[in-house]
Design a protein around this ligand. Structure first.
Ligand SMILES: Cc1cc2nc3c(=O)[nH]c(=O)nc-3n(C[C@H](O)[C@H](O)[C@H](O)COP(=O)(O)O)c2cc1C
Length: 215
């Protein structure tokens, strides 16, 4: 197989200036709802997004996290506050998110500042998680080296026993982050690589400048 022979024409839809919402969060919400509604067979998680962060030396790293809440301020995901990404965000709170919904031939890019959400709000979400995920969060010191798989399973079993008769407490170093966007791009694949790209940039007065950019 020759990788350079892999190619696809995008022809499902178009994205015009006249169609987009003046509020990018409403536009995002509309596209996100469509991604959820059209995700047949639930083969792909529409709320999966690539999160790119950088450290103080300008070294960038990226990984997938799940979008868990959406409000007028921004996009919320949950993670470990001592992880690699958390260390990056502590020194460099700017980050980028990318959603890819291939069955709609769409990509959304979001950039902005990331803040921790309140512990009360994190707790509310933690309580809604399945018990096994709660225990998993307790057992994992995310991004830290471990001697082997066994150590992780042992840690999980330890907490499973410890909290056998009670609710699982939320770890101190676990919680939510909200990315507050100042730039969002909606990308719709088109024929002949003439894709539609609509970019929103936050203005100093809080409004949004909307611009088509070249594919
Ligand atoms: C589909 C998918 C969903 C994931 N969701 C999350 C998530 O919501 N939060 C999280 O911390 N890690 C999630 N992960 C794991 C991350 O990709 C990553 O391995 C982890 O957060 C550690 O990253 P770090 O060492 O850069 O901090 C997910 C991975 C995949 C493939």
């Amino acid at each position: 197989m020759n990788i350079s022979d892999l190619r696809q024409e995008y022809m499902l839809a178009e994205l015009l200036e006249s169609q987009v919402d003046s509020d990018p969060m409403k536009q995002f919400s509309a596209w996100f709802d469509q991604a959820v509604e059209t995700n047949e067979g639930a083969a792909f998680e529409p709320n999966a997004m690539t999160l790119a962060t950088g450290d103080g030396d300008g070294r960038i790293s990226a990984r997938i996290v799940l979008l868990k809440e959406l409000d007028e301020r921004g996009l919320v995901f949950f993670s470990n506050y001592a992880s690699h990404k958390a260390r990056d965000l502590a020194v460099h709170p700017q980050a980028a998110l990318v959603f890819y919904w291939p069955w709609l031939e769409r990509q959304v890019r979001v950039e902005g500042v990331v803040e921790r959400i309140s512990r009360a709000r994190s707790l509310e979400y933690f309580r809604s998680r399945p018990r096994a995920s709660q225990l998993g969060a307790l057992a994992s010191r995310q991004s830290a080296p471990i001697p082997g798989r066994e150590a992780l399973e042992k840690e999980y079993a330890h907490f499973e026993n410890l909290y056998a008769d009670t609710s699982v407490p939320m770890p101190e170093d676990w919680g939510g982050y909200c990315l507050i966007p100042d730039r969002l791009e909606f990308w719709q694949g088109r024929r002949s690589r003439l894709h539609d790209r609509i970019l929103y940039v936050r203005k100093p007065d809080g409004g949004w400048r909307i611009q088509r950019i070249s594919p």
